[in-house]
Each structure stands twice: as structure tokens, then as C-alpha cells.
Write a protein that binds this ligand. Structure first.
Ligand code: ATP
Length: 600
């Protein structure tokens, strides 16, 4: 999923333009009112200084002429204009806060919808996961910041244009000089902002690495190991190493920017003051009034302030647009369309689950995780998968669950390729417990029945699921019963042991009473071996007529299955029931005796 982590970098200028247009369109849809207020505020706040400079001149000329009426009226107009700027400043703040909420909410929603829609494989891809995290982080603040930066720049340009118009009356050259004064600063700033942009693009991996080390040091689920293995200082040092590399590069660029920026400032200063001297000399020659001189003075001050504001806006724009690149890059990730399912007729006339010469290689991996796996699980039968770590057991379950599609061969359920199954229909057939099951920081009831869109679950059905997973005594001990909040994230939550959580995850699977294909990936690793065997015995009795695929490292459980598939290096090397496999004295027998001797 390289698209998410490292999109081919477009030129900074064209990227900025397209992201600006996209953000404005999104903002318009989220809150046209707020966007209109921001545009209006920028125009008014940009035009007001020109008006104020104009009336400042009238005040000075009025004083020189002794015209009291003009002086007072002009001061009044100036005050009104200033008040207007305050007013639109306040309105701008109000509108941008509103837009921030409205747009942030829409974008967060779009991100979450995208996260639900993409194939599961994305979540095992570090690049995708990273893109998701960054997109979520940026969604609320960056789009509005980008627009605010743009409006700040637009406002400053209106001020500069106003200054040019006012100075035009002294000489067109003066107007030109004011506009030209801004040019070097603009050009250098654009160049450096683009350089920062490229630098940060190039350093994306280092930045991720630094963030990773920071996460390791601050996350609750890492804190235990960090303390007990004493890895804190090591990771801190690694984070610092990345930091100092980044720091040095940034500093060197910042030094260059400072020097070139000072040069550009000097040009602006020279041009401003040339115009100032020109106006002053003409005033001395009595060709211009004191008011004219005052006007020039005010115009320079405003022009200088506007220039600084425009440059700040430009710098912010480049910064924000880069972050928006993450956000839009994520939102643009393709979601595969649903397949046309009507055409798919069963390939075989049979009931049950069949692996036909299945091979599978994880995306981005070179080594196949499965190769040439064949088996058939008839309806009602239980198949256990055993084998060493990494032999491909969980991968088989992931293929059956439809989380991945085989690279070669096919998986058939009731004779029909899984790829041709309607995802909802397939989901309804499955009940799954994975090794890394979820611990919802919600109530017991919500842990067992988390879907709000399904029919309400009766207490009897809930009790049956809890009983099947041996979770009834756990719930019985909780003060709040089914309504007890679990986990420590929220007030009033109660933490459970690993085994207790696992029993609830099992109950979640057992609640799906219509599912006839149960997938258990070491569902009981945190439960003691005796309890596990008892549990499986019970599951077997209670799921009569339903198929089950069970991964377990415990032979006390495995031996209870109807059939056992022994995996090694992605291949199924032995198959049969417990007795037959022992008699064959192969890999299974070796593993079994090895474990049995450990218990003696
Ligand atoms: N998401 C993934 N991306 C790339 N390779 C993976 C991924 N998950 C597993 N693998 C690789 O696929 C192979 C089979 O992994 P699998 O998880 O199926 O083994 P397993 O038999 O269930 O192991 P365990 O007993 O440790 O749970 C391993 O070599 C593993 O490194």
C-alpha cells in the first residue's frame, strides 16, 4: 500500500493549488455560511487599511488648513473603519471555529468510513496504518488552518494593492515600487517553503521512526515491558538520534532562509524608503501636502505589515498543505468495488469447506505463507490445525474468514468460491475468535453483542452464550452484571484477567447461534489446559452439526477434534484423527510426545 505512505510527490506549487481548491470545496459543503464570512472578513480587513490611510491624509490636510469639520469627520470615518476591522476579525474567528467543527466532523467521518471499507489486508500494512493515524491527527485542524492561511495572504495582498492605488497618484513608479518591494520576499519564501516541503517528504520515514519510539515510551500497553526490561533509555536515545538528525538539517535550512530573507527584506526596505524620500522631497518642494507625506508614511507601515503577514500565510500554507497531502492521500485510497455476485454459481455440488491447492503469499512478502494446501471439512465436523509457530495455521483461518483471498487455488464453502460469496451472507455463517481478540472498553452486554443494528439479544440468548464460553461465573462476580463497564479506560470500569476477557470473546462468537462455521485461533490460550479441554468438549457437544476449525498448541484439546491437519512451513504434511496420527509415528506423534513429556 505504498500509495498511502509515499505518494509520488507532486510539485509543491501544483500540490498546493489542488489541495487548496479541494479544501475550499469541502469547506463550502460543510458550512457555506462560515466560508462566506471568512471571504468577506478577508476583503473588508484588507480594504479597511487603505480607507484609513486615505482618511488619515484628510485629517492631516484638514489640520494644516485649519478645517475643523473635515478633521473631525475624517477621524470619525477612520474610527468606524477601525471598528469594522475589529468586527470582521471577531466574525472571522467565529466563522473559522464553526468551520473547524463542521469540516473536522465531516472529514473524521469520511476517514472512519474509509477505514471500515478498505480490505483487511490494509490493517496489516504499516504504511496504511500510519497513513490512517496521520490522517486522523490532521483532519480537524489542518483544513481550516490552510484556508485561514490563504485568507490571511489574500487579505495582505488586498492591503498591498490598496497601498499601490494610493501611491499611484504621486507617481505610477511609486505604486510599482511598493508592489516590487514584496516580490523578492515572496520568491525566496516560496522557494524555502518548497525546500522544507521536500525535506519533510524525504524524511517521512525518520519522522515515523521518531514517532514510533515516542509511542513505545508512552503507551500503556508498552509501559510494563519498558520498565521491566529497562529499555527506556535505549529507545529514548534512538528517538534523540533521529531528533538531532532532523534538527541539524532544519537548522541549516533555517540559517539559509534567514540570510536570504534578510537580503529580500533589504530590497523591500530600499524600495519603501526610496518612495518615502521621493514623496518627502516633493513635499519639501511644496508639490505635495503634509497629508500626502503622512499618507505615504502610513502606507509604508501598512505595506510592511501586510508583507510580513502574507509571508507568514504563505509559509503556513506550505506547511498545512503537506499535512493535507496525508489526509487526502488516505481518503483517495481505492476501495475495491463489490464483486458481481449473481453470476457465481456453485463450482461443486457439495456441502462443507474445501481448500483446493491453496497457496498464499502476504502482500509485500516474498515467502509464501501457504503452499498447495488441500483439505475438505464435511458439515458438522471439527478440524484441528497444529504445527510450529509460523507454519501457516492462522493464515488458513484468515483465508476462510475472507480477510484475504488465496494467491493460488481456491477456498470453497458449500461448493462455491469464497470470493463469490456475498460478504454479508458469508459473515452470517461465521463465528470467529482470534488470538488477538478485542477487549471493548464497554459493558459486558456490549462486549458479547456489540452490533447495534441487529435484533435485540434476549437475556436467555445472552445467558446461553455466556454459559457455553464458561463466562457465566465471571459475569456473576461483577457488581454491575451484564451492564458492568469493563476495562480501565473509562470511569467505573472493571479490569478482567486475560482468561476472563477471552471467555467473553468466546461468548461473542457463541452468540451467533446461526453460524455454522466456527473459527477458533487459539481461543483459549489464556485459559488453563484442563479448562480448555473441558470447554472444547462442551463446544463439541453444543455445536453438533456445525463445522469448526480450531488452532491450538495443546494436544489435550487437539485430540478431541474429528480430524487433525499438521502444518509445517506452509504445507499440510499429515492428516488424520489423533489415534491414526499417533500410530503413523510422524511429526504429530513427535510433537505430541514432546508435549506429553513436559506434563509428566
Ligand atoms: N500479516 C502478515 N504479513 C506478512 N507475513 C505474515 C503475516 N502474518 C503472518 N505472516 C507470515 O506467514 C507465515 C505463517 O504465519 P501464521 O500466522 O499463519 O502462522 P501460525 O502457524 O498461525 O503461527 P503461530 O503458531 O505463531 O500463531 C509466517 O512465516 C509469518 O511470518
Amino acid at each position: 500500500m505504498g500509495t498511502a505512505s509515499s505518494p509520488a510527490p507532486p510539485s509543491p506549487g501544483s500540490a498546493l493549488r489542488s489541495r487548496l481548491v479541494r479544501t475550499a470545496a469541502l469547506a463550502f459543503r460543510a458550512s457555506p455560511f462560515a466560508l462566506a464570512v471568512m471571504v468577506l472578513a478577508a476583503l473588508v480587513a484588507g480594504a479597511a487599511p487603505t480607507g484609513m490611510a486615505f482618511y488619515a491624509r484628510r485629517v492631516l490636510d484638514g489640520v494644516a488648513r485649519g478645517d475643523r469639520r473635515v478633521v473631525l469627520a475624517s477621524i470619525l470615518v477612520e474610527a468606524v473603519l477601525l471598528f469594522l476591522t475589529y468586527l470582521v476579525g471577531g466574525l472571522h474567528q467565529f466563522a473559522s471555529a464553526r468551520l473547524r467543527l463542521a469540516l473536522g466532523f465531516r472529514l473524521q467521518r469520511a476517514i472512519l468510513e474509509k477505514a471500515i471499507g478498505v480490505p483487511y489486508a490494509c490493517f496489516e500494512d504499516a504504511g496504511f496504518y500510519d497513513a490512517l493515524t496521520r490522517a486522523r491527527r490532521e483532519a480537524v485542524s489542518r483544513p481550516v488552518a490552510l484556508l485561514a492561511g490563504f485568507f490571511a495572504m489574500a487579505q495582505a495582498l488586498v492591503v498591498l494593492a490598496g497601498s499601490a492605488v494610493l501611491l499611484f497618484q504621486f507617481s505610477p513608479l511609486c505604486a510599482l515600487a511598493i508592489l516590487l518591494a514584496a516580490l523578492p520576499s515572496f520568491l525566496t519564501e516560496t522557494r524555502f517553503a518548497a525546500a522544507v516541503f521536500r525535506l519533510q517528504n524525504r524524511r517521512a520515514t525518520e519522522a515515523r521512526e521518531q514517532a514510533y519510539f515516542e509511542q513505545v515510551l508512552t503507551r500503556d500497553d508498552h509501559a510494563k515491558e519498558v520498565r521491566l526490561f529497562g529499555t527506556g533509555p535505549t529507545f529514548l536515545a534512538r528517538a534523540e538520534r533521529v531528533f538531532s538528525l532532523v534538527f541539524d538539517e532544519d537548522q541549516s535550512l533555517a540559517r539559509k532562509r534567514l540570510l536570504v530573507g534578510l537580503g529580500a527584506d533589504l530590497v523591500a526596505l530600499g524600495l519603501f524608503y526610496s518612495v518615502y524620500v521621493y514623496v518627502a522631497l516633493r513635499a519639501l518642494a511644496l508639490e505635495l501636502t503634509v497629508g500626502d507625506l503622512g499618507l505615504a508614511l502610513v502606507t509604508f507601515k501598512q505595506g510592511d505589515g501586510a508583507l510580513k503577514q502574507a509571508l507568514g500565510g504563505l509559509r503556513g500554507l506550505y506547511m498545512d498543505q503537506q499535512y493535507l497531502g496525508n489526509l487526502y492521500g488516505f481518503l483517495d485510497l481505492p476501495v475495491p468495488p463489490r464483486k458481481d455476485l449473481l453470476l457465481a454459481a456453485p463450482a461443486r455440488d457439495e456441502k462443507g469447506l474445501r481448500f483446493e491447492n491453496v497457496g498464499f503469499t502476504y502482500p509485500g512478502s516474498k515467502r509464501p505463507a501457504l503452499a498447495g494446501v488441500d483439505f475438505f471439512l464435511p458439515p458438522g465436523k471439527k478440524l484441528a490445525l497444529v504445527g510450529e509457530n509460523g507454519s501457516g495455521k492462522s493464515t488458513i483461518l484468515k483465508l476462510v474468514a475472507g480477510l484475504y483471498e488465496p494467491t493460488t487455488g481456491r477456498v470453497l464453502l458449500d461448493g462455491k468460491d469464497l470470493a463469490a460469496w456475498d460478504p454479508d451472507a458469508l459473515r452470517a455463517r461465521l463465528a470467529v475468535v482470534f488470538q488477538d481478540f478485542v477487549r471493548y472498553q464497554l459493558t459486558v452486554r456490549e462486549n458479547v453483542a456489540p452490533r447495534a443494528d441487529e435484533a435485540p439479544v434476549s437475556d436467555e440468548r445472552m445467558a446461553r452464550a455466556l454459559a457455553r464460553s464458561e463466562a457465566s461465573p465471571v459475569v456473576g462476580r461483577l457488581a454491575g452484571g451484564l451492564e458492568q463497564r469493563l476495562g480501565k479506560w473509562f470511569p467505573g470500569g472493571v479490569e478482567l484477567s486475560g482468561g476472563e476477557w477471552q471467555k467473553l470473546a468466546l461468548a461473542r462468537a457463541f452468540l451467533r447461534e446461526d453460524a455454522d462455521l466456527l473459527l477458533f485461533d487459539e481461543p483459549t490460550a489464556a485459559i488453563d489446559p484442563a479448562a480448555e479441554a473441558a470447554l472444547f468438549e462442551r463446544v463439541r457437544a453444543e455445536t453438533e452439526g456445525r463445522m469448526a476449525l480450531l488452532v491450538s498448541h495443546r494436544f489435550s484439546t487437539v485430540r478431541l477434534a474429528d480430524e487433525i491437519l499438521v502444518m509445517e512451513g506452509g504445507r499440510a504434511i499429515e492428516r488424520g484423527d489423533h489415534e491414526a496420527l499417533l500410530a503413523a509415528k510422524g511429526r504429530y506423534a513427535t510433537l505430541f510426545h514432546l508435549q506429553a513429556s513436559g506434563y509428566r
